[in-house]
Write a protein that binds this ligand. Structure first.
Ligand SMILES: Cc1cc2nc3c(=O)[nH]c(=O)nc-3n(C[C@H](O)[C@H](O)[C@H](O)COP(=O)(O)OP(=O)(O)OC[C@H]3O[C@@H](n4cnc5c(N)ncnc54)[C@H](O)[C@@H]3O)c2cc1C
Length: 256
């Protein structure tokens, strides 16, 4: 069983973010980075499935040089090898372009199972997994909480709304986008960290994979929403005032 897990390196969650001087992205000079949280769960799901079924876990990551730190962490947690698609530090991409490049990088791999996170914590388009499935011609399921072997394929548990779940039987090969929080994440052991240094990381340039083409999405402007305070007094008898308040809370503030 060959399991590929797509991992992205994103700014650490406790970072103090500022908009850059061009106004189209965040100032990234002094940021620290970490694995995108949903991808940590995708990696965990991949490692657990390998423990049940055998085989190998290959991580794939597109990003600049600094992404090698995140790749090493994934290897230290138990991934067997990695593919690093090297991008420029300040280059941008979009899920369509990224999926095309990743599909090309995975052509030679022929994975049985491809796992991605549900969405990235920085750009957050939530599109890469499903577009990658389409590009690779794989069936896919989203919001996956659990994966079990079932005959020649798998049975996956999807999260729906309001505490509802759906079990779906799928053939392999397939692509799944993994929901965060479904399981406990493992830590890298000291032995794992040592071993990671000797594991294979194959570097591929975007040009080698057919080039990035032109992006279909461009971030024009990034801004912090302005906070404002606004008070309103409801006159009249308490019953009428309360009814107006409930209406405002329900239909304007949408908190009820
Ligand atoms: C030519 C080119 C240059 C790029 N340059 C950079 C760069 O300098 N820095 C940078 O951080 N990103 C870079 N990227 C990646 C790209 O900007 C975004 O990651 C991509 O648009 C996905 O959108 P998203 O982050 O909203 O992911 P979503 O669609 O929200 O992500 C869903 C899932 O897809 C997977 N995924 C998303 N992005 C990646 C990734 N980069 N690597 C592996 N798996 C991923 C993860 O499993 C994630 O949970 C580049 C891409 C290309 C093609």
């Amino acid at each position: 069983m060959k399991i590929v897990v797509a991992i992205k390196q994103v700014p650490a969650r406790d970072s103090l973010l500022k908009v850059n001087s061009s106004g189209n992205w965040i100032e990234d000079a002094d940021l620290s980075y970490e694995i995108n949280e949903p991808d940590a769960y995708a990696l965990e799901a991949g490692l657990q499935f390998k423990e049940k079924q055998g085989g190998e876990v290959v991580v794939i990551c597109a990003g600049p040089d600094r992404a090698s730190q995140t790749i090493r962490e994934a290897l230290a947690k138990g991934a067997d090898r990695a593919i690093h698609i090297e991008t420029e530090e300040d280059s941008a991409g979009d899920p369509l372009v990224l999926a095309a490049v990743m599909a090309k990088a995975l052509e030679a791999e022929q994975p049985d199972l491809v796992l991605t996170g549900l969405q990235s914590d920085d750009l957050g388009y939530g599109q890469t997994g499903v577009i990658l499935a389409e590009t690779m011609g794989l069936p896919h399921a989203t919001l996956i909480m659990n994966i079990e072997p079932e005959g020649d394929g798998i049975r996956v548990k999807r999260e729906l709304e309001d505490g509802w779940f759906q079990n779906v039987d799928m053939p392999l090969p397939a692509l799944l986008t993994i929901q965060s929080g479904a399981t406990k994440l493992r830590y890298a052991t000291l032995m794992g960290i040592k071993k990671a240094k000797t594991k294979e990381v194959k570097s591929l340039s975007v040009a080698e994979l057919g080039g990035a083409g032109s992006a279909s999405i461009r971030v024009e402007r990034l801004y912090v929403p302005e906070k404002s305070k606004h008070s309103q007094i409801f006159d009249g008898p308490p019953k009428e005032a309360a009814a107006k308040l409930v209406e405002k809370l329900r239909f304007e503030a949408r908190v009820l």
